[in-house]
Design a protein around this ligand. Sequence first.
Ligand code: SF4
Ligand code: SF4
Length: 132
Amino acid sequence: MSRAKTVSVENFRARVEELSGENVFACYQCGMCSAGCPLTDQMDRLPSQVIRDLQQDDITLLESNAMWVCASCLACEVRCPKGVDLAKLMEALRQLHLRKELDHVSIDEMSPQEIAKLPQIALVASFRKKTG
Ligand code: SF4
Ligand code: SF4
């Protein structure tokens, strides 16, 4: 089944910084956060890649699973020589994702065969439930 396209978020990086209170340009990409994160094997982007992508205003971050996997354990913040709190950035990304109500299922991208085959109740439920 097709996934929904990511919608645009105006001033993406600025909004993440506002929500988190963090300055993404404090990061100089040393990688210490990724080296200490206990959950990188479950993430499709490393914590240091998340903040690099934020520096580049990369909206595709909202399609990454890293924000959902992050357990806010703060191991990265403790190791970061610049005191960047990645857990706050991850939380800001989750907030933005949920506020935009990005669905994992888009009816516009489904074939008529898929629509006919799927139970309607499951289809409707999936529009809003699968947000993580
Ligand atoms: S707070 Fe999140 S990103 Fe940082 S080390 Fe813990 S799980 Fe990894
Ligand atoms: S440890 Fe801090 S400075 Fe180093 S890559 Fe991670 S966030 Fe950036």
